[in-house]
Unconditional design. Structure first.
Lengths: 231, 554
C-alpha cells in the first residue's frame, strides 16, 4: 500500500520553505503566509469531503444495516414492539428519551428542566449550584409533593425523585422511586398490588456488566408493560 | 447511591483498558510519524492539492502552514454558519449572528468546542457534519502535529532547526490514526444506542397522549471523534448527558476511554521517538498520578455530597443521569477536564463545591493530566523543562533535558508559555466581572457566580469547552471575549512550542554526563508533579479563594 517518496515538482509549500532560508522581511512572511493559507484551504476542502461527507455517510450506511433499531432512535410502539422509522404511525416514543407522565395511573419520571418537561428541543439541566436557595426550596417542595401523592413519609423519597437530570430527558428512575410509586399506581388502575410490584421488580435493570453505572427502571417501558397488563 | 467499591471497580476497568492500548497505540503513533513512506492515497492527494509533503520545514514555516490551515478552517466554518439557512439539511435552523458565528468558528478550530448555542435548534445536519465534525478531526490532528514537531526537536541533533512537514503530519494524523479509530468507535456507539440517521425533527404522540419532538441526526459519527480527539462539542445541548449521545453506562465508559486513549498513549510515542522509552514512562507516571488523584477527589466529593442541596435531597443527583449515578458522573467529569475535551455527562454547575473545584483545578493545570490530543503532552514537556531548570538552580547543575541545554532563550520561551494562558484567564475574568455586560450573565449569586465566570474563561483559555452552564454566554460580550480567549489560548502557546522545537532541533545533543539530572526516575516524576501543582497554586489560589474555596467553606 505504500510507495517510496520521490522528489515532487516544486510546489507551493516547497517554494515557501525555500524563501525561508534567507532572513525574511515582513513582506516575505506575509507572502509565505498567504501561500500557506491557500494550501490550507485546498487541504481543508479535501478533508471536508473525506471527513464531513464520506465518513458520516459510510458510518450511516453500515449502522443502518447492522443496528437499524438503535441507529434510528430505539423507537417503541404502543403494543410494546419496536419501530424503525419516526414516520410509523404507532410510534409512541423512544426507549432512550424520557417523556411526561402526570396522572396517578402512571409511573412518573424524574423532574425535568428541559422546556416544559421532557422537551427534546430544549435538553439541559437546572445548572443551579449546590448552595442555591432556589434549588433548595424546589427540592423541599418536590419532597412534600411526592410524599403526599404516594402517601409515604417524606424521608422515604429518594434523591432522583427530588432532582432534575442533566439532560432533562432522563428515561429512567431508581428502583427505589419505582417501588415507591407501585401502590399508588395499583390503586389508580384497580390492579392487584402484588402484580404491579412484580412488574416493577421485573423491570429493574442491574448495573451494566454488574459493575458500570447504577441499577435503574425505564419509565416508558414500565408504563407500556402496565398498559399491556391492564388490557 | 453508589457504593465506593463500585466506583473503584469502574476506575479499574478503565485503567485496564487504557493500559492494554498504551503500548500498541503509542508504538503505532511513533511508526506513523517516523515512517518516510506515504500511502498511495496520500501521495495522490498531495499531488492533486499541489502540496509538498517532503519538504523538511523550519519551525517558522511549520507554524505558518499550521496558521494558514487554521485560518482557512475558521473562515470556512464561519461561512457555513452564516449561510446555513440557505444550505440543504439545515432543518430550518437560522444563520448564526456574527458574534456567535465567530465564537463557534474559533471554538471548533481551536479544539475547544465551547458552545453558546443549542445544537438541536441552532445547527442543521450539514453544519454538524461538513463544518463541525471536520474540525473535530482537524483540530485534534493539529494538536498532534505540534507535539510531534517538538519531539523531533528533542530527537534531532544539529538539524538546522527543521522540525518536519506540517502537511504530512496533519494528513497522517487524520488518515492513519483518527479516521480508522473513529469509524470503529462510531459503530460501537451505534450498537449501544447512539443514533446515526438523517431524519428531521418529528412530533410523535406519547403514551400518555402528549406531543414530543424526537430528533434525528448523524450523531455517532460526530460523537466518536468528539471524544477521541478530545474535542467535546455536543451534537445536542445536553452533550454526553443526552441519551442519544450516551445511552448506557457501557457507552459512557467507552466515551471516557476514547477521550483518554490518545493522550495517555502519546508518552510512549515520545519515548520511542527520542530513543529512550524510560523518558516516556516518567511523563506517563506524572500524568497518571495527577489524573488519578483528581478522579479520587472528585469521586469522593460527589459520593459524600456536601452542601445544602445534596444534603436536602439525600445525594448530589441534581444535574446527573440515573443510569450513570454519582460514580460514573464523577469519573467522566474528572477525565473530561483533565483532557481538553470538555464534553459533560452531568452539569458541572451543579457539582458539589469541592467537585466543581477539582474540575476547575484540572483545567488550570493547563490540561496536562493527560491533556488534549498532542496539547497535553507538549504542555507536560514544557513543565518538564521548568522542573529541570528549577532542579538545576537548586543544585548548581547545568540544566539540560534529553541532551538539550536549557539556556536563557529557551527558558524565556518556556516562561512566556507558562504565563500566557493564566494571563488570558485572569484578565478575562477581571474584565467580565468589572463590566455590566459580563455581570449580566451570572445565574448563581455570590462565590458560585464568580466561579461561573472563572470557569468560562478557564475553559476557553485552556481550550477545554466544558461550562458551568448557568452563565448566560449567548451574548455579544461573551461570544467575542471568549472567542478571543480561545484563539490566543490556542495559538500563542503553539507558536511558543514550535519556537522551542526549532531551537532544540538546531542544538547539537550533549551526551549525558555526571552533572546531568536523570529525568526518568521516581524523583523526577515527583518533582514534575510538584512543579505542576505549585505553578497552578501560585497563579490561581487568590481567585479560587473567592470562588470555589469560599463556597466549600460556606
Amino acid at each position: 500500500m505504500t510507495t517510496t517518496p520521490s522528489p515532487t515538482p516544486s510546489t507551493i509549500a516547497h517554494q515557501a520553505v525555500s524563501s525561508g532560508r534567507t532572513s525574511r522581511s515582513g513582506g516575505a512572511t506575509a507572502v509565505a503566509f498567504t501561500r500557506q493559507t491557500w494550501a490550507g484551504a485546498r487541504v481543508l476542502i479535501a478533508l471536508t469531503l473525506l471527513l464531513g461527507v464520506a465518513y458520516p455517510l459510510a458510518v450511516t450506511a453500515v449502522g443502518q444495516v447492522a443496528f437499524p433499531w438503535q441507529a434510528n432512535g430505539s423507537l417503541v410502539t404502543a403494543d410494546g414492539g419496536r419501530a424503525r422509522s419516526l414516520a410509523d404511525d404507532d410510534v409512541v416514543g423512544s426507549a432512550l428519551i424520557g417523556q411526561r407522565f402526570d396522572g396517578p395511573e402512571w409511573f412518573h419520571p424524574r423532574p425535568s428542566e428541559a422546556g416544559e418537561g421532557y422537551d427534546p428541543l430544549a435538553s439541559g439541566g437546572s445548572n443551579l449550584g449546590p448552595l442555591s436557595p432556589d434549588l433548595l426550596a424546589t427540592v423541599e417542595q418536590r419532597r412534600a409533593r411526592v410524599a403526599a401523592e404516594n402517601d409515604v413519609a417524606p424521608a422515604a423519597v429518594p434523591a432522583d425523585a427530588l432532582t432534575a437530570s442533566a439532560s432533562g430527558l432522563d428515561p429512567e428512575i431508581s428502583p427505589a422511586y419505582a417501588r415507591l410509586q407501585a401502590a399508588r399506581v395499583a390503586v389508580a388502575r384497580n390492579l392487584p398490588a402484588d402484580d404491579v410490584d412484580a412488574l416493577v421488580e421485573g423491570a429493574i435493570r442491574g448495573r451494566d456488566l454488574g459493575l458500570l453505572g447504577e441499577p435503574r427502571v425505564n419509565v416508558l417501558e414500565l408504563n407500556l408493560a402496565l398498559e399491556t397488563m391492564g388490557r | 447511591m453508589s457504593a465506593p467499591w463500585i466506583a473503584v471497580g469502574q476506575i479499574l476497568v478503565l485503567v485496564a483498558a487504557l493500559a492494554a492500548v498504551h503500548l500498541p497505540l503509542g508504538g503505532y503513533l511513533a511508526h506513523v510519524f517516523m515512517s518516510p513512506r506515504h500511502l498511495r492515497i496520500e501521495r495522490a492527494g498531495y499531488r492533486a492539492l499541489r502540496v509538498d509533503p517532503d519538504a523538511d520545514q523550519r519551525w517558522s514555516m511549520y507554524l505558518l502552514s499550521l496558521l494558514g490551515f487554521s485560518l482557512a478552517s475558521v473562515l470556512l466554518l464561519f461561512g457555513l454558519e452564516r449561510l446555513q439557512d440557505r444550505l440543504p439539511l439545515s432543518l430550518g435552523a437560522p444563520a448564526m449572528d456574527p458574534a456567535g458565528a465567530w465564537n463557534t468558528a474559533v471554538s471548533f478550530t481551536t479544539n475547544t468546542n465551547w458552545q453558546w448555542y443549542s445544537g438541536e435548534v441552532s445547527a442543521g445536519h450539514l453544519l454538524q457534519m461538513a463544518g463541525l465534525t471536520v474540525q473535530n478531526f482537524a483540530s485534534a490532528a493539529v494538536g498532534i502535529t505540534v507535539v510531534v514537531a517538538l519531539i523531533r526537536g528533542f530527537a534531532r541533533s544539529g538539524g538546522g532547526g527543521r522540525v518536519g512537514n506540517f502537511w504530512s503530519d496533519l494528513v497522517r494524523a487524520v488518515v492513519r490514526v483518527l479516521l480508522p479509530l473513529a469509524v470503529v468507535a462510531a459503530l460501537a456507539l451505534i450498537a449501544t444506542g447512539v443514533i446515526q440517521n438523517f431524519a428531521a425533527h418529528t412530533e410523535v404522540t406519547t403514551l400518555a397522549g402528549g406531543g414530543q419532538h424526537l430528533l434525528g441526526g448523524p450523531v455517532a459519527s460526530q460523537e466518536a471523534i468528539k471524544e477521541l480527539g478530545t474535542n467535546g462539542g455536543g451534537f445536542f445541548n445536553a452533550n454526553s448527558a443526552h441519551p442519544f449521545e450516551n445511552p448506557t453506562p457501557v457507552s459512557n465508559l467507552l466515551e471516557i476511554f476514547l477521550l483518554l486513549a490518545i493522550p495517555f498513549s502519546l508518552p510512549r510515542t515520545f519515548g520511542i521517538m527520542v530513543g529512550d522509552r524510560r523518558q516516556g514512562w516518567a511523563i506517563l507516571a506524572a500524568m497518571g498520578t495527577l489524573w488519578l488523584v483528581a478522579v479520587g477527589l472528585l469521586t469522593w466529593a460527589e459520593l459524600s455530597g456536601p452542601g445544602a442541596v445534596p444534603q436536602a435531597a439525600g445525594a448530589a443527583m441534581e444535574g446527573k443521569e440515573t443510569r450513570f449515578g454519582l460514580a460514573a458522573s464523577a469519573l467522566f467529569a474528572a477525565s473530561t477536564t483533565a483532557t481538553s475535551t470538555g464534553a459533560v455527562n452531568a452539569t458541572h454547575d451543579s457539582l458539589t463545591a469541592p467537585g466543581g473545584g477539582v474540575a476547575l483545578f484540572n483545567m488550570m493545570l493547563g490540561e496536562v493530566s493527560p491533556g488534549g490530543t498532542g496539547s497535553g503532552l507538549y504542555g507536560m514537556l514544557v513543565l518538564a523543562i521548568v522542573a529541570v531548570f528549577l532542579a538545576g538552580l537548586m543544585v548548581g547543575r547545568t540544566p539540560e533535558y534529553l541532551g538539550k541545554k536549557i539556556g536563557r532563550p529557551e527558558i524565556t520561551v518556556v516562561a512566556l508559555y507558562v504565563l500566557t494562558v493564566p494571563a488570558i484567564i485572569l484578565v478575562g475574568t477581571a474584565v467580565a466581572i468589572a463590566t455590566p455586560d459580563g455581570r449580566a450573565g451570572i445565574l448563581n449569586a455570590g462565590p458560585h457566580g464568580l466561579s461561573e465566570v472563572l470557569y468560562a474563561f478557564t475553559s476557553a483559555g485552556n481550550n477545554n469547552g466544558s461550562a458551568f452552564a448557568g452563565l448566560a454566554v449567548a451574548t455579544p460580550f461573551y461570544n467575542t471575549a471568549l472567542g478571543l480567549a480561545m484563539l490566543l489560548g490556542r495559538f500563542v502557546p503553539i507558536a511558543l512550542v514550535l519556537a522551542l522545537a526549532g531551537r532544540f532541533a538546531g542544538q547539537t545533543t550533549t551526551p549525558a554526563g555526571a552533572g546531568t539530572l536523570p529525568t526518568h526516575g521516581p524523583l523526577f516524576v515527583g518533582l514534575l508533579v510538584v512543579v505542576a501543582l505549585v505553578l497552578v497554586g501560585l497563579t490561581y489560589i487568590p481567585v479560587l479563594s473567592l470562588g470555589a474555596i469560599a463556597e466549600a467553606l460556606a
